[in-house]
Design a protein around this ligand. Structure first.
Ligand SMILES: [Zn+2]
Length: 304
């Protein structure tokens, strides 16, 4: 992907006032102005992270067995400091923000880590199986992006031209491994995708997926929804604590590394810088601890 000087790089420009919500918040009509340039941006640069597992009390001097590079609080601080050093348009964290059971103290420490980022760099968070919706909302009262009203689900829609992000909520029960999107969320997603334009869309959720299914009970039903919608280009997730790329037909499946710790001494912890255009993405692994692979860059082309 070329990134020459003429390229117009987007700022996060979603603004509630620029959206007209109809049909109970289900349909959003985009009204974004590009007053500065007259053109929509060609590239947007983001930081993607996952599985911070930030605790209320730091126990990094006594890591559980089989946990490598275990320093959830320290690793999250280092990650946010690294992102802040060259702040992108925004940050997405795909869940398991909290250590295990989503304590209020965990989220207070997450908020403290995120405070390292400049104000112009918003953070968007999805919830994982070690998160707790009410406790999360208690600490993060005001969160950026559009949150469609789907019962008991925390969804975020972000328009960051030239692409769109949809953050889904796959938390089924707190501190239980597998997740689920559920019928109401799947219905919302199907309707949203059917009633919106063809902006290249990345879907984010916590639980990992593979072409055969994944760690959510309704993975195959989710695939049935996104497969025929050509605007959906990639699904981004965490949960496995492994950095990996796969594909469902021609939809990219991007498994982010964990920040908090790894389950394998050969697998590093870190975050991913993503440069996204309407044609594809360039993804760069940034290692916080553990072995650094020789090739840390992956370029993907979106399906048409
Ligand atoms: Zn998880």
């Amino acid at each position: 992907m070329k990134t020459d000087k003429k390229m117009i790089v987007s700022q996060y420009c979603l603004d509630r006032r620029r959206f007209l919500a109809v049909a109970g918040g289900v349909t959003l009509i985009r009204h974004i102005s590009f007053a500065d340039t007259g053109n929509p941006p060609e590239l947007t640069r983001w930081a993607f992270a996952s599985d911070t597992h930030v605790p209320t009390t730091d126990k990094s001097d006594n890591p559980p067995r089989g946990h490598y590079f275990f320093d959830p609080l320290g690793n999250t601080r280092r990650t946010m400091a690294a992102i802040a050093a060259d702040a992108p348009v925004g940050v997405v964290i795909t869940g398991d923000l909290a250590r295990l059971t989503g304590q209020v103290g965990d989220y207070k420490n997450v908020a403290d880590c995120l405070a390292a980022l400049p104000k112009k760099c918003p953070v968007f968070q999805a919830l994982g199986n070690h998160d707790h919706r009410a406790n999360f909302r208690q600490v993060f009262k005001k969160t950026p992006g559009i949150h469609p009203a789907v019962e008991k689900r925390y969804i975020t829609v972000i328009d960051t031209p030239p692409v769109r992000f949809i953050l889904l909520d796959s938390l089924r029960r707190v501190n239980e491994g597998n997740g689920e999107l559920g019928l109401s969320q799947r219905m919302w997603l199907k309707d949203f995708l059917a009633t919106h334009d063809d902006t290249p869309t990345l879907i984010f959720l916590h639980h990992n997926l593979s072409p055969k299914g994944g760690a959510i009970a309704d993975a195959l039903l989710f695939f049935e929804i996104i497969r025929p919608i050509r605007s959906v280009k990639a699904v981004v997730f965490g949960h496995s604590h492994v950095y990996r790329y796969a594909a469902l037909d021609d939809i990219h499946l991007i498994n982010l590394p964990a920040v908090g710790y790894s389950f394998n001494a050969k697998v590093p912890v870190g975050w991913v810088e993503a440069k996204l255009t309407s044609d594809g993405g360039r993804f760069k692994l940034n290692v916080i601890d553990g072995p650094s692979p020789a090739n840390r860059i992956r370029e993907l082309t979106w399906r048409q």
